[in-house]
Ligand binder design. Structure first.
Ligand code: PGA
Length: 250
């Protein structure tokens, strides 16, 4: 089980330091915890945490190794500032920065070349779901966003229905289970190696302390990508507890 926090463009630096320290003080072993934090915070928070069970991640990287890309951040820079993983293809980047799946695949290649793990987000809009296209949209995103030569042990996927992000509306348990089954069955075709079926698939979209246990109990759900609730240490801790409880059952 993996519980990943997506802080997005939050919180203030002081609050971020305090939050990271509180989260670090609790052990949720064997749950793998990841914090995707704003890039300027990576180096100071990684120094603050030192040898921690918590993994730090960037929220994006450029598809090139270096060069004339004002305002962008390279995979090597993330790694050198304490990140071991990068979040790619979040729907806010797909929508607000026009990122296509082919670009996300190029970024993933660059990230892996610089030693980072990659968490790639997939998800349909409400319009696509109402039009009965949700499954096809997610399959297409998966096939195009994951590079053909992606090493299985570097990859994680998050299914995040766009309409569930930050809205308090969670997809139904049946819909989550069905989409995770679809993604899991598609993974071997988009990856190299027989172990492809073991790629973790997280659910994201309004995960909170109340709904996490039921979501984590579903087959083919290997944890959560948590936005709003990850800014509250108590809520995030409770979500990690649900993941740990699920691990002890299975
Ligand atoms: P949310 O965000 O938990 O606030 O819905 C999830 C995400 O965007 O990753």
């Amino acid at each position: 089980m993996i519980v990943a926090a997506n802080w997005k463009m939050n919180p203030s630096f002081d609050t971020a330091g305090r939050l990271a320290t509180v989260l670090d003080a609790c052990s949720f072993n064997p749950v793998r915890r990841i914090l995707f934090i704003p890039h300027p915070y990576l180096m100071p928070i990684s120094e603050r945490l030192g040898q921690s069970e918590i993994q730090l991640g960037g929220q994006d990287c450029h598809q090139d190794a270096a060069g004339a890309h004002t305002g962008d951040v390279s995979a090597a820079m993330l790694r050198d500032c304490g990140a071991s993983i990068v979040l790619l293809g979040h729907s806010e980047r797909r929508a607000n920065h026009g990122e296509a799946s082919s670009l996300i695949a190029a970024k993933a290649r660059q990230a892996v070349a610089h030693g980072l793990d990659v968490l790639i987000c997939l998800g349909e809009t409400l319009g696509e779901r109402h039009a009965g296209q949700a499954e096809q949209v997610v399959i297409d995103q998966l096939r195009m966003s994951v590079p053909d030569d992606m090493p299985q042990d570097k990859l994680m996927i998050a299914y995040e229905p766009v309409w569930a992000i930050g809205t308090g509306k969670v997809a139904s348990l049946d819909d989550i289970a069905a989409m995770h089954d679809t993604i899991t069955s598609e993974l071997p075709k988009s990856q190299v190696g027989a172990a492809a079926a073991r790629t973790p698939v997280l659910y994201g979209g309004s995960v909170n302390a109340e709904n996490a246990a039921a979501i984590f109990a579903l087959g083919n759900v290997h944890g959560g990508l948590v936005g709003g609730a990850s800014l509250d240490a108590e809520a995030f801790g409770s979500i990690c507890d649900s993941a740990r409880a699920q691990m002890s059952k299975s």
